[in-house]
Every structure is written in C-alpha cells, then in structure tokens.
Design a binder for this molecule. Sequence first.
Ligand SMILES: [Zn+2]
Length: 241
Amino acid sequence: MLIFRGKEILTDTLTGNYADIKVPAECVVGQVSDKGNGLTAVEANAGYSAPEGYGFTLIREYFASHDDDASSIVARMKGLLGWKMSTRFCPVCGTALEDDTKETALRCPNCGKVHYPRVEPCIITIVEKDDKILLLRHKLRNQDLWCCLAGFIEVGESLEHGLRREIREETGLEVDNIRYMGSQSWPFPDQLMVAFYADWKSGEIKVQEDEISEARWFPKDQIPVSPQPGSISWKLIHYAF
Ligand SMILES: [Zn+2]
C-alpha cells in the first residue's frame, strides 16, 4: 500500500523505496486500487505521522532519486488517488459513482457511463536566444523561483500551437525551431508535462502582468535560484536530457 500525505510519500528510511504498510483507518481520507498493477494507495490526513523506520519524503524528491519505472508507479498511484478523490458524481446525470468491477474506472449506476482517470497535457519550455535562456518568476506561486514557461494545452490545440500561444501570451515573444525533449507525469493533480526547447524568433519581452512578475534572459552558466532536481523543469534548465 502506497501512503501519500499531500505532496509527500511515506518511504522506508533504509531502502528509500515507498513503504508497504497499513494506515489506521481513522487517518485515511482517500483510497484507490489499481486493477492494472494490483496496488492500492491511500491519502493520509495531516494527523498521521510516520511510524519508526519510515519517513515522509517529497514526491518530487522521490522522482529525483528513482528511475523512470519506479517513479512512474508513484506518479500513477498519486494521480489515481487525486482523480478518485475529486470524481464523486457522474457529470452526465449527477448520481454518485461506484468503482467499476473490471477496470480502473468509475461507473455510474444510473446511466451506465464509465469515467476513466484523466491526464491534462501541459507544455513546458525554455526559449533560447544566442547563449541565453528565458526564465520567469510567477506572481502567485513560488515567487522567489525562476521557472520555465509552462501552460495547459487548450481544446483543439496541438502541442506546438499551445506552446507558441503560451509564449506569446506570457512574454510577447515569437519562437521557431521547436524541439521535443521529453515528458514527465506530474500528478499535482494530473498533468503530463511535455518539454521543449524553442528558439527566439522575434519580439521584446513584455510579460502578462496578471501572472508573471518578471521574465529575463540568463546566460546558461549563470542560472539563478530555480526548481530542484526531480522535475522536468530542472532537466530543461540544466540541459540534463
Ligand atoms: Zn450517470
């Protein structure tokens, strides 16, 4: 059983792998079982503390210290847990949903509609100009961190179209030569981050002031305080693909 508490996961302090123990029922606020891999995950409340020999680790740090296969299990179970806890009623008819008997899905006992876990595609990108990269600081979250530009793909868009739109909206720049680098499941709550580099083509920086406090070009060897290892954002900034 995988045990999550917000953005943390319970790990065995000796092995560093996820703990496979039970949680007292009164501490469980959500639970999901995956029929594909046979695993169960629970969300523990803030009152649950790690038993001896175990400790809570940030999920992001777990990703940084485990390979893709091991990280993928944790990303899947955390993603499923978030989906299960936020999908309680049928969007078609409003009836309370039940676990499907065969698949990892929720079924409406009234209209029969089956609801599958969702993934939301997001682009994440670094624009390059000569030997500099574009980083930005957000107004509402992680204000002290210089981050990659990222955003959700809208209905009807390709990844490339969404990427050009996000860059244009947030910084006023146009880009060219978009290169796919890799992707990462980011279950906070349900994103698939798709990472690209792109070349600056035209325009001067003019940030969208509602969301961005500052965007600036940084020489690749003078990177400011930015996201930690474990995220694809870190890989982009540090050319670690
Ligand atoms: Zn229904």
